[in-house]
Design a protein around this ligand. Structure first.
Ligand code: NAD
Length: 260
């Protein structure tokens, strides 16, 4: 499937990795729907893609709301005629040792990462099936889809869960030409990670430099952060891959942290 002329919906595309994914897909010829809670930033990203000659639409979407997801996907289809690629990327992080992890935080984490992935998949896949053209669904997993870290019970649980969802969607979607894969980044310097560095330093009783060196990048081959551009290129590759030779898989993009 070439990306030229396709339509992609990217959740959490007003910031960080999702924004870069949307920009990459637009550069590759895809009309992109920037779906995010933060409508102001989503509109700014859409305007900037438009100013560079791309096609983009900002939609307000809380991925945990069934109505908001269904409405956002309808708005995308009304604007651009179809939905060929879904990138389920919206996410947050809440770190705490499990004995102090608030139940409300646990539920919020699972709602955004897992309910969001389910609701956007269900809404988008109905259009992919109905069009007869199939499509590509990419979940933003993490190295934490394969590994565990202290303080991240809900995040690790949710990111592991996405592997299961992608495998089921790959099996159900296969006969309809829908592929599903998970991209698993290592640490990328986005607002989500910048917020975590002082929090982890406090929780682990170490300095922020030690968090970066000894926690975040310890297992990489070269002590380097992964970039949003690295992740975006991988998403675009999977989105544009032309057959079900690549489905139900996860691709780790992490400078060697966690080799599968
Ligand atoms: P970010 O904070 O820069 O961006 C996240 C975006 O998601 C924001 O624009 C936010 O408004 C949006 N969002 C949050 N809750 C939402 C909701 N309920 N509905 C709709 N949008 C919502 O974060 P990021 O680092 O770019 O993370 C994006 C994804 O990548 C997440 O799923 C995260 O778990 C994953 N990830 C990040 C890293 C990393 O190191 N940054 C590593 C691996 C995986």
């Amino acid at each position: 499937m070439s990306l030229q002329g396709k339509v992609a919906l990217v959740t959490g595309a007003a910031s960080g990795i999702g924004e870069q994914v949307a920009r990459q897909l637009a550069q590759d010829g895809t009309a992109v729907v920037i779906a995010d809670l933060n409508m102001r930033n989503a509109q700014a990203v859409a305007d900037s893609i438009g100013a560079q000659g791309g096609k983009a639409l900002a939609v307000s979407m809380d991925v945990t709301s069934e109505d908001a997801v269904n409405a956002g996907v309808e708005a995308a289809v009304n604007a651009f005629g179809s939905i060929d690629v879904l990138v389920s990327n919206a996410g947050i992080q809440i770190v705490n040792p499990i004995e102090d992890y608030a139940f409300a935080d646990w539920k919020k984490m699972l709602a955004i990462h897992l309910d969001g992935a389910f609701l956007t998949t269900r809404a988008a896949i109905r259009h992919m099936y109905a069009s007869g053209k199939g499509g590509a669904i990419i979940y933003m997993g993490s190295v934490h889809s394969h590994e565990a870290s202290k303080l991240k019970s809900a995040y690790v649980t949710a990111k592991h869960g996405l592997l299961g969802l992608a495998r089921v969607v790959a099996k159900e979607g296969g006969p309809h030409g829908v592929r599903a894969n998970v991209v698993c980044p290592g640490f990328v310097r986005t607002p989500l990670v910048d917020k975590q560095i002082p929090e982890q330093a406090r929780a682990l009783g170490i300095s922020e430099a030690e968090v970066v060196r000894n926690v975040m990048l310890k297992e990489t081959v070269d002590g380097e952060f992964t970039t949003a551009a690295d992740v975006a290129r991988t998403v675009a590759f999977l989105a544009g891959f032309g057959s079900a030779a690549l489905t139900g898989q996860s691709v780790v993009v992490s400078h060697g942290w966690s080799m599968q």
